[in-house]
Design a protein around this ligand. Structure first.
Ligand SMILES: NC(=O)c1ccc[n+]([C@@H]2O[C@H](COP(=O)([O-])OP(=O)(O)OC[C@H]3O[C@@H](n4cnc5c(N)ncnc54)[C@H](OP(=O)(O)O)[C@@H]3O)[C@@H](O)[C@H]2O)c1
Length: 300
């Protein structure tokens, strides 16, 4: 297949593109920082907002995977930063959907990133795909992001949204940030420790995207997480065990709120997102157990 991956340079994108080329696909990466192309991977320049020569690659695509978006965990959530977090997702998705609608040839599927943050903060109960969105900033960004992507159905594409949990990847993202205090023997549960952590090993992240891509029956919102979410207290205790470090120094919510401002929300709240739809659609996780997943991801 010809597959366009917007944001294919990121944490998830790099591993995904490697798998897609291994599977024999031709990949075009849309990037603000296009590099020389080679082999089965070609780079196209875009600004994540406006139409340009890159739309030709959409015209030729059998599938589009959209992972673009400014990180939610870099820098304090100032008004400008929140605008960037929102616009880098909404405008990039809108530009892709417009290109799909204008194309003379139908692209079969759009797989679009989203997050479990869609559900807002849920200390009790499980987050399944039929729940309404939360009211906080991230939940509303996810809702708008999914609404933009859904418009690709008008172009005849199957559309799937990946409501993704925390990806366990030793090369970056939330896990490396959580590991840092443990390295210095000051790791411990964050906030009350009761918030849910829906996690997914990077191999299952890639495996799930490939599965959604190839499974005609899967569309709409799909939780991408391991089947056994844990509370933050258990997550940190397991991480400490795997890193052979104690998990003893709880960091109070107030300290995180003062240090990180509104961004502390992503650490202090969570959701128990269950991947029932993905599993019913035939996906089998390689890593369903947190300790095994962490041992594989970070060693130990
Ligand atoms: N990793 C996770 O744990 C996780 C969890 C839930 C949801 N997600 C979602 O999944 C998607 C991929 O995650 P990731 O961890 O791979 O993200 P990432 O490493 O931050 O990469 C995202 C890509 O988005 C592009 N990008 C960054 N800022 C942009 C901007 N201002 N405008 C347009 N494009 C921009 C970058 O590509 P270029 O620099 O090449 O343009 C970057 O490589 C994201 O949308 C994220 O919100 C991730």
């Amino acid at each position: 297949m010809n597959i366009v991956v917007a944001g294919g340079t990121g944490l998830i994108g790099q591993r995904l593109v490697r798998q897609l080329t291994k599977d024999g696909h031709h990949v075009v990466i849309l990037s603000r920082d296009a590099r020389p192309s080679g082999g089965p991977v070609r780079y196209e320049s875009w600004n994540g907002r406006d139409a340009g020569p890159w739309i030709r690659s959409i015209e030729e695509a059998d599938a589009v995977i959209n992972l673009s978006g400014a990180s939610v965990a870099e820098g304090r959530w100032t008004t400008d930063r929140k605008r960037l977090i929102r616009d880098s997702r909404i405008l990039a998705t809108r530009a892709i959907v417009q290109a799909l609608r204008d194309a003379s040839r139908r692209t079969r599927v759009l797989v679009n990133a989203s997050g479990v943050g869609y559900y807002g903060s849920m200390e009790e109960g499980s987050a399944t795909e039929s729940l309404p969105p939360g009211q906080d900033f991230l939940a509303q960004v996810c809702r708008q992001w999914e609404d933009e992507a859904r418009a690709a159905e008008g172009a005849g594409a199957r559309v799937a949204f990946l409501r993704t949990g925390m990806v366990l990847d030793p090369s970056g993202g939330a896990l490396t940030k959580l590991m840092l205090p443990f390295r210095f023997f000051v790791g411990g549960p964050l906030g009350t420790g009761r918030q849910w952590v829906s996690w997914v090993h990077h191999a299952d992240m890639v495996g799930s995207i490939v599965h959604v891509l190839n499974t005609e029956g899967l569309s709409g919102p799909i939780n991408i997480a391991a089947p056994a979410p844990v509370r933050m207290k258990e997550f940190c205790a397991t991480l400490g065990r795997v890193m052979r470090r104690p998990s003893w120094a709880p960091v109070p919510s107030l300290v995180l709120e003062l240090a990180l401002g509104e961004m502390s929300w992503i650490i202090l709240t969570g959701q128990k997102a269950l991947p029932d739809k993905l599993v019913a659609g035939g996906y089998r996780h390689r890593f369903a157990d947190l300790e095994r997943a962490l041992r594989d991801a970070v060693g130990g």
